[in-house]
Design a protein around this ligand. Structure first.
Ligand code: AMP
Ligand code: MG
Length: 406
């Protein structure tokens, strides 16, 4: 779809086009130790009841609450129930067993009084009279949290700390997840010079690849390669053709605008990458290009200006990677503006902000506009950007906007 100037997609429409166009990544089985941040491609059910047995939750003594109700306060200690051992049996209901946190509740017992509530003398435990003894006191009962066979993790779940604990608890040393995509960041521009090379007055340091790689790394994407391409149609075509064969995602920067040397859209079309959209009704980042390669590769042509490139990566490439992994779209964090801001153009506005605490509004986004999309120095000390609807309009302090963190 190529939009005329009057019918450019909004950012939300462009994101929806991205999500529905990308293809799911292949699935692989990986060991549990390597799964932080990965997206599940299988569901996970509880291996057993959770907890799997009536579990003692305090170090103390276990006994029958019936004896307590009959007035007994002094219990002979008949043995020790340690964690990791089969349940002992309380033979005489007038006795107790020492019991440790994590142990199975011994047979014949139904409550645990912690050591803090008793004193031990001559092999007997004497329980404080004001202890609120009742059945299952300090016992985490079997199956309270989950039943054997319950669905605990659905396909598409991103694995964080709680999910990894649940996988382990389900007896799964490995799980099926989406592969980590092979991402290529390809910068373009004859004026750009690497940080370690001599530089002339009319040249510019290459910075986009470092910013984009950093943003991807911070989100757990480590399979990131890089290439720098000249503003030459033939060379671009040759190198991108090779990269398309070896990557799942290609993120280009520069060369997507209307300049004589902006070859990226035509080269991609020539290589069989089907254009989904070119340009979005937004500032910065309006010239963004997005398409799908002939074998399903996700291809972005981001504008070269550093603020545009970074904003577009977070607004479109990161959701594309989530969709490729099969992770459902999640609601975006919203935050009130900390002060009024005027948007002049009739385009969605990506406004850099600093997140601060205000005593009247709580956490707020303070507008920190740059001097244009080439001014990446002004991003220093900001936390991300908010998306404001198209102007012309003055947005009052307190206006709630989605926040995208760097
Ligand atoms: P372009 O989108 O190719 O027209 O580039 C727009 C502006 O962004 C130009 O001033 C470029 O020099 C600058 N630019 C493009 N790519 C990079 C990069 N990788 N690092 C820093 N600046 C860049
Ligand atoms: Mg350029």
């Amino acid at each position: 779809m190529t939009s005329g100037a009057s019918a450019l997609p909004t950012p939300a429409e462009a994101e929806a086009l991205v999500r529905e166009s990308v293809l799911p990544l292949p699935v692989e089985s990986r060991p549990l130790e390597s799964l932080a941040g990965a997206v599940l491609a299988q569901s996970v059910r509880s291996e057993r009841d959770q907890p799997p047995f009536d579990r003692v939750t305090m170090d103390g003594i276990a006994f029958a609450s019936q004896a307590w109700r009959q007035g007994q306060r002094r219990f002979r200690i008949a043995g020790i129930q340690a964690a990791g051992y089969p349940p002992l049996n309380l033979v005489d209901a007038a006795d107790c067993l020492e019991a440790m946190t994590g142990a199975v509740l011994p047979q014949g017992c139904d409550c645990v009084v912690p050591v803090e509530r008793l004193r031990v003398e001559d092999g007997f435990a004497v329980v404080d009279d004001d202890t609120p003894v009742e059945p299952f006191l300090n016992v985490h009962t079997r199956g309270l949290d989950a039943r054997e066979g319950d669905l605990l993790l659905a396909r598409g779940t991103r694995l964080g700390a709680p999910e990894l604990a649940v996988l382990a608890s389900a007896g799964l040393p490995r799980a099926d997840v989406r592969i980590e995509p092979r991402i290529l960041i390809a910068t373009t521009g004859d004026e750009l010079v690497a940080p370690d090379q001599p530089i002339a007055a009319w040249q510019v340091r290459r910075s986009n690849s470092y910013a984009l790689r950093g943003a991807l790394n911070l989100r757990g994407h480590q399979r990131v390669a890089e290439d720098h391409l000249p503003d030459d149609h033939a060379v671009l075509a040759e190198r991108l053709s090779a990269h398309l064969a070896t990557h799942d995602v290609i993120v280009l920067t520069g060369g997507v605008s209307m300049g004589r040397y902006d070859h990226v859209p035509s080269v991609l079309r020539q290589l069989g990458v089907k254009e989904v959209f070119h340009k979005v009704a937004q500032r910065p980042g309006k010239p963004i290009w997005f398409g799908i390669g002939s074998t399903g590769q996700t291809v972005f042509g981001l504008p070269g200006n550093p603020v545009s490139a970074l904003v577009c990566l977070l607004r479109y490439v990161v959701p594309a990677l989530a969709a490729m992994a099969g992770a459902p779209a999640r609601g975006t964090e919203h935050i009130p503006l900390g002060s009024a801001f005027r948007v002049k153009p009739a385009l969605a506005c990506f406004l850099p902000v600093g997140v601060e605490y205000s005593s009247t509004l709580g956490m707020v986004a303070m507008p920190r506009p740059t001097r244009g999309s080439g001014d990446f120095i002004s991003l220093l000390g900001t936390d991300g950007f908010v998306e404001l609807p198209p102007g012309p309009r003055e947005f009052a302090a307190g206006f709630l906007a989605p926040l995208y963190r760097w």
